[in-house]
Ligand binder design. Structure first.
Ligand code: AMP
Ligand code: TRP
Length: 334
């Protein structure tokens, strides 16, 4: 089976360290080995009722973040989801193979819908079906994401299986989640039990990819810790000290070490000192990316040209697969 990497990020602003370490950074290496398709999932962003002008700007911002992080638009396909109508059409077809019970289990829906279930939007509910369509439209085989997307990936596999069984053909490959690195789940700088997210009301909860060195220093200085020094090797501490565990994980990811290596080096030392080195590391990694993002964003026409080219290439992959799917289903061609 042909191998193809597919992943995406919502253009909902505030791209943060978790998006970088949990997702984008892990995409770069695939470009040399496989065909890669990286999407800006603007239709998914509609579940958050975005302001139109902000949505337009955020699509460019995610595009700039991909390129500044090392995704090469000549090799990888970089495009906006809404530019290829196969996503929405296939999502409908797949929804006709997705039992309600499967969607009822999705923890992200439960978190985002909150208590007032009656007023939650159906788009938020069927979000994972559209995500399955994103991947399957390209016969995606490898999907590098952060850990929070694992359940959605399992659902995508189940939906692909249900479709294949119904039409008695191995039409969609079952996509594999690829979750790796020391920071598959970066937590909030203010609360080590909550994941770092674009929508947290506190700006101090996240490092944003375009933060200046001063802002990174300030946010890390203010990052929550406990009064104890760094843990000793072999010590169990993650559960009782989630903030300490989070900063150690971030340090490990930024310095390309394992958590154990970081703990061995820093055992018994103070967090104030650790945070200073962490700041230097974060600035060294994020600084150049943020600067490059700003440079790219200063030329929106060039970004739009990348997205035009990506849209054409995305359609060239997805259209023939969709044509074949329609024939299998018994829908008229064209
Ligand atoms: P989103 O911000 O929900 O559009 O997520 C885009 C990508 O970033 C997905 O692959 C997520 O799994 C990943 N991601 C989001 N937040 C985090 C986090 N706090 N830690 C690690 N990965 C994350
Ligand atoms: N749901 C993903 C997130 O919030 C974004 C996404 C949409 C995605 N479609 C995708 C990720 C397809 C990987 C593959 O992070």
């Amino acid at each position: 089976m042909h191998q193809r990497v597919f992943s995406g990020i919502q253009p909902t602003g505030n791209l943060h360290l978790g998006n970088y370490l949990g997702a984008i950074r892990n995409w770069v290496g695939f470009q040399d080995r496989m065909e890669t398709v990286f999407c800006i999932v603007d239709l998914h962003a509609l579940t958050q009722a975005p302001d139109p002008a902000e949505l337009r700007q955020n699509i460019r911002e995610v595009t700039a973040a991909y390129i500044a992080s090392g995704i090469d638009p000549k090799r990888a396909v970089i495009f906006a989801q809404s530019r290829c109508s196969v996503h929405a059409e296939l999502a409908w077809v797949l929804s006709c193979h997705t039992p309600l019970g499967w969607l009822n289990r999705m923890t992200q829906f439960k978190e985002k819908a909150g208590k007032d279930r009656e007023n939650a939007l159906t788009g938020l509910y069927t979000y994972p079906v559209l995500m399955a369509a994103d991947i399957l439209a390209y016969h995606g085989t490898h999907v590098p994401v952060g850990e929070d997307q694992k359940q959605h990936l399992e659902l995508a596999r189940d939906i692909a299986g249900a479709f294949n069984r119904f039409y008695q053909r191995d039409f969609f490959p079952l996509p594999e989640p690829v979750i790796f690195g020391a920071a598959t789940r970066v937590m909030s700088l203010r609360d080590g039990t909550k994941k770092m997210s674009k929508s947290d009301p506190s700006d101090y909860s996240r490092l944003v990819m375009t933060d200046s060195a001063d802002t990174v220093a300030l946010k890390l200085r203010k990052a929550k810790t406990d009064p104890l020094p760094l843990p000793e090797p072999g010590q169990e501490f993650e559960k009782e000290r989630p903030e300490a565990a989070n900063l150690i994980g971030i340090y490990a990811a930024l310095s390309d070490q394992s958590r154990d290596e970081v703990i061995t080096t820093w055992a018994g030392r103070q967090f104030s000192e650790f945070k200073k080195e962490l700041t230097d590391l974060a600035v060294a990694v994020l600084g150049p990316i943020g600067v490059e993002m700003q440079r790219l964003l200063a030329d929106p026409a060039a970004i739009d040209a990348v997205l035009d080219d990506g849209a054409a290439r995305a359609n060239a992959i997805a259209r023939p697969i969709w044509t074949e799917a329609k024939a299998l289903i018994g829908l008229p061609p064209g």
